[in-house]
Design a protein around this ligand. Structure first.
Ligand code: AMP
Length: 559
C-alpha cells in the first residue's frame, strides 16, 4: 500500500453521469464503484421526504416525482438565475452538485474504508470563470479540500498519456459528454502534457440527441393518434419519453433498430426508430461538433500545429457510430475510442496523485538543498541554473519512492508538467479611437496559462472622479469586440483624487492562474493609487448563501 501523505481523489462531475477514482498501490488509476456497484453514478438528485437521494434511484424516481428531481444541473453551473425550489427552500446549482459529490465520496469511503477529504474535480475546458468557481464552490459545500479544478480533456489526455510515455505525439481529444462538447489539441511529451488549443459548446451533448428523439416521438404520436395535444405538458409523459429516448439512443449504438413505445392518456403507440432515421434527425448536431473541431484546428495552425497524430474520442455520447463515421470522412483519420466513461475521472486521480507525490518531493528537496521551491515545474530550470543538483533531485525522488512503495520511474513521471490554455478571452470595456464603447481584450483565448498581461488605458475627462472597470469574458479571438459579444463578470471602481488632467494613464493588469482564476489590478500611475479585483466572481454562490448551503448539506442525509 502506498504510504502517501494524503490521498487526493479525482472526480468527474458530469452532466449526466459522475464518477470517482483514485490511484492504487501499483500507481494505476482505478474507478471506485458506488453503493449500487456501478462505476458511474447518474448526476440526478431526488429530494425525497427529509433526505436526498442521488444516482440510479433518483433517475428512476423522476418518472413518479418529476417535481422533486433535478437533472442536468451542470448546465446551470454559475448561473445566478438558476434556483430549484423544493418545500419553499431554494437550492443553487452549486449546492445540488455538492450532493452529487457527497454521494460519490460517501460510497467511496464505504468501499475503501478511508475518508475522502482532498479532491481534484474536472470541468469542461469550455467553462468560464464563473462556472469554474461554481465547481470549486460545489466541492467546498460538500466539505472537501478542493486541490484543483482541471479541464476534462486535459484529464483524459493525462490518463491517455499515462498509458505509454515513450512517443511524443499531438492528440486531438473530442469529448462529447451528456451535456457539453469540448475539442482540444494536446501535445503529449515524455515529461509534459500541454494543451495547445481548445474549443467547444457548453450546451451541446448527448442530451440534445435524446431531445431530438423525444421531439420525433411526440410528432409521431400526434400523427398516429390524430391529436394535436403537446403530450410533453404532462410531466409523467415527459419523464417517460426522456428515459425511453436515452435508452433507444444507446441501443442504436449497438443495433440498427430500437422501436419505442409511447403511452399517454390511455393510448399506446409503438414507434419505429432505426439508425438512419436517428442520424437524419440529429445530423445538424454532429455538424456543429465538426464545425467546432475545424475552428479549433485553424486556431492550432496559428500556433504552429499543422497536424496531429491521433484523434481520440471520450465522453459517453462519442459511442454513437455516426460520430466515428463523420470524423473519418471529414478528417481522414480513424478515431480511437478511449475509455469514454472513465478516462476523465482517472486522469483527475492521476493528477491528484502527482500533486501528492510532488508535495513530498518538494518538501524533501527543500530540506536537502535549503532552497525555496514553490512549484515542481521550477525544478528543471533550477537544475539548469545550478541552483539545484540533479543528484539531489534523484535522491529525493528515490526517498519518496521508498517511502510510498511506488517505483522510482512512476515518482519521476509525477514531475510531468501540465500546461493549459484559457478557453475564454478577458478584457475591459473602454472607448476606442473612434469613441465607440467596445470590449478591449487583454488576454486572448487559447493563450497558455499562467499569464500576466498589462495594458495602459487613459481617463476620459479632466477632474474625473473615478474609473469604472468592467471586466468582460468572451469567446472571440479578436482584441476589440462589441460589448454584446461578451459577458460582464465583475466590476470594480478606482477612485481618483480631484483635479487630475484628462488622459491620465491607468495600468490594468490581468493575472490568470493555471486553474483559470483571474486577478486584476488597476493602478493610476502618477500617484500609484491601486484597486485590486480578485475574481471570486459575481454570480457564484457566496456569503450567507454559501454558509447556509454548506450547513444544510452537512445536516442532510444522502443516499
Ligand atoms: P458522459 O457525460 O461522458 O458520462 O456522457 C454521458 C452521455 O453519453 C449521455 O448522454 C449518455 O446517454 C451517452 N451515452 C452513454 N453510452 C452511450 C452509448 N452506448 N451510445 C450513445 N450514447 C451513450
Amino acid at each position: 500500500m502506498g504510504n502517501v501523505s494524503k490521498r487526493i481523489f479525482g472526480i468527474d462531475l458530469g452532466t449526466t453521469y459522475s464518477s470517482i477514482s483514485y490511484v492504487d498501490e501499483y500507481g494505476k488509476a482505478v474507478i471506485i464503484p458506488n453503493a449500487e456497484n456501478e462505476r458511474t453514478t447518474p448526476s440526478v438528485v431526488f429530494f425525497d421526504e427529509g433526505s436526498i437521494v442521488v444516482g440510479d434511484v433518483a433517475k428512476e424516481s423522476a418518472k413518479l416525482y418529476p417535481n422533486d428531481v433535478v437533472s442536468f444541473v451542470k448546465r446551470s453551473m454559475g448561473e445566478p438565475n438558476f434556483i430549484f425550489v423544493h418545500n419553499a427552500e431554494e437550492y443553487r446549482a452549486e449546492e445540488i452538485s455538492a450532493y452529487i459529490l457527497k454521494k460519490l465520496a460517501q460510497d467511496a469511503e464505504q468501499f475503501l474504508g478511508e475518508k475522502v477529504t482532498d479532491v481534484v474535480i474536472t470541468c469542461p475546458a469550455y467553462f468560464g470563470i464563473n462556472e469554474r468557481e461554481a465547481t470549486r464552490k460545489a466541492g467546498e459545500i460538500a466539505g472537501f479540500n478542493v486541490r484543483q479544478i482541471i479541464n476534462e480533456p486535459t484529464a483524459a489526455a493525462i490518463a491517455y498519456g499515462s498509458l505509454d510515455t515513450t512517443d511524443d505525439r499531438v492528440v486531438l481529444v473530442y469529448d462529447l459528454g451528456g451535456g457539453t462538447f469540448d475539442v482540444t489539441m494536446i501535445d503529449i511529451k515524455k515529461d509534459s502534457v500541454e494543451v495547445i488549443c481548445t474549443g467547444g459548446d457548453h450546451h451541446l451533448g448527448g442530451k440534445d440527441w435524446d431531445d431530438r428523439i423525444v421531439a420525433y416521438l411526440v410528432e409521431m404520436f400526434q400523427t398516429e393518434t390524430g391529436t394535436d395535444e403537446d403530450i410533453l405538458d404532462d410531466p409523467d409523459t415527459w419523464q417517460d419519453l426522456q428515459l425511453s429516448a436515452e435508452k433507444a439512443k444507446k441501443i442504436l449504438s449497438q443495433r440498427p433498430n430500437a422501436p419505442i413505445s409511447v403511452t399517454h392518456g390511455g393510448e399506446r403507440v409503438k414507434i419505429a426508430m432505426d439508425r438512419t432515421k436517428f442520424e437524419e434527425i440529429t445530423a445538424d448536431l454532429i455538424e456543429r461538433t465538426i464545425e467546432f473541431t475545424r475552428q479549433m484546428l485553424e486556431d492550432a495552425k496559428g500556433k504552429g500545429y499543422q497536424s496531429f497524430h491521433e484523434f481520440i474520442l471520450v465522453g459517453g455520447a462519442s459511442r454513437m457510430p455516426q460520430v466515428r463515421e463523420r470524423i473519418e470522412s471529414e478528417f481522414k483519420v480513424v478515431p480511437k475510442i478511449f475509455d469514454p466513461d472513465e478516462s476523465v475521472a482517472k486522469g483527475a486521480a492521476i493528477y491528484g496523485w502527482k500533486l501528492t507525490l510532488n508535495d513530498d518531493l518538494i518538501q524533501r528537496l527543500s530540506v536537502k538543498s535549503k532552497k525555496t521551491i514553490s512549484h515542481v515545474d521550477d525544478i528543471s530550470e533550477m537544475i539548469a541554473r545550478k541552483e539545484l543538483s540533479a543528484d539531489d533531485v534523484k535522491e529525493a525522488a528515490r526517498e519518496v519512492a521508498d517511502e510510498t512503495g511506488y517505483t522510482l520511474p512512476s515518482v519521476e513521471s509525477a514531475m510531468m508538467k501540465v500546461k493549459n490554455v484559457t478557453s475564454k478571452s478577458f478584457g475591459v470595456v473602454a472607448h476606442n479611437t473612434r469613441d465607440e464603447q467596445i470590449v478591449f481584450n487583454i488576454v486572448l483565448r487559447n493563450t497558455a496559462v499562467p499569464i500576466s498581461r498589462q495594458k495602459k488605458f487613459y481617463t476620459a475627462i479632466p477632474n474625473q472622479k473615478s474609473v469604472l472597470i468592467r471586466i468582460m469574458e468572451s469567446e472571440t479571438s479578436m482584441i476589440e469586440v462589441p460589448e454584446d459579444h461578451a459577458v460582464e463578470i465583475k466590476t470594480a471602481i478606482l477612485t481618483l483624487p480631484p483635479n487630475l488632467p484628462a488622459d491620465l494613464p491607468i495600468d490594468i493588469t490581468f493575472n490568470l492562474n493555471e486553474e483559470g482564476r483571474l486577478h486584476v489590478t488597476a493602478v493610476e500611475t502618477s500617484q500609484t493609487r491601486q484597486v485590486e479585483v480578485i475574481l471570486d466572481t459575481s454570480s457564484v454562490i457566496s456569503g450567507d448563501d454559501f454558509d447556509r448551503a454548506k450547513a444544510r448539506s452537512q445536516s442532510l442525509v444522502i443516499h
